[in-house]
Ligand binder design. Structure first.
Ligand code: G3P
Ligand code: CA
Length: 244
């Protein structure tokens, strides 16, 4: 087993805590995560907030959309109670809160820019400025399903890694990644075929599949040479990585 595989907790330890809350991020660290994956969007007044859906409904019960709500109002919402009463009072965090936690625990932070549906003009610049303000250029990987956005980020900050998210099988995906100046491929795990992971690595492109919760699949991906694995259950992956 490789001990270098980064154990990315997907939205924090979202299998056992409310996704994208500080409770979920802190729990991930307790469970052995060495990385955190999160989703960033922008409030109406330009604050970088960590929440997956464009709509506030599922995780806060509130009507409305992230991008048309000011941070002062977003910060009042309860993002924990939907998961269980013990999490009531958890808020929608700011990106900077997670960066501080990441710095404290030497985590790799995988920041997914949620700009496929709502574009959030200026979000790439704002995310990069936050990463630079924390001196975390080497501890962050930016990712998105919007590959134009990742090319833009690479132009803005060549020293920060970028990853391309995608759902289905690509032919010679490393060629595509290289054409977009990306450092990493972030496939939905059934599209991460062991046959090409090693070849991509030889070509200088790493692979971080999502979202892998089955230990047998984790084992196969570690063996194939995945640089990181994104999981809702970082404890399961930590147990495998601890095996000799
Ligand atoms: O970053 C991997 C994964 O989070 C992408 O899908 O919908 O969970 O953000 P989603
Ligand atoms: Ca995500």
């Amino acid at each position: 087993m490789s001990h270098n595989t980064i154990n990315y907790a997907h939205r924090g330890a979202s299998g056992t805590s409310p996704e994208n809350t500080m409770a979920a991020f802190k729990r991930a660290v307790e469970l052995g995560a060495t990385g955190i994956e999160t989703d960033v969007q922008m409030s109406r007044d330009g604050m970088l907030v960590l929440i997956h859906d464009e709509s506030l409904k599922r995780t806060t019960g509130s009507e409305g959309m992230v991008g048309t709500t000011d941070y002062a109002d977003l910060s009042q919402l309860d993002a924990g109670a939907w998961f269980g009463p013990e999490f009531a009072g958890e808020r929608i965090p700011l990106l900077e809160e997670l960066l501080e936690l990441g710095k404290q625990h030497s985590l790799t932070i995988n920041i997914e820019l949620k700009n496929g549906i709502v574009r959030y003009p200026g979000m790439e610049e704002a995310v990069i400025a936050a990463v630079e303000a924390h001196g975390m250029e080497k501890q962050v990987i930016l990712s998105s399903f919007n590959h134009y956005s990742m090319v833009h980020c690479k132009q803005l900050a060549p020293n920060i890694q970028t990853g391309l998210l995608y759902m289905e099988g690509l032919y010679r995906p490393w060629d595509y990644a290289i054409s977009a100046a990306a450092d990493a491929l972030h496939p939905y795990y059934p599209a991460a075929m062991p046959e090409w992971i090693a070849e991509a690595k030889r070509q200088g492109v790493i692979c971080n599949p999502f979202t892998v919760n089955d230990p047998d699949v984790m084992r196969q991906l570690i063996k194939a040479g995945a640089a990181g694995i994104i999981t809702d259950y970082p404890d399961r992956l930590a147990a495998l990585l601890a095996e000799e």
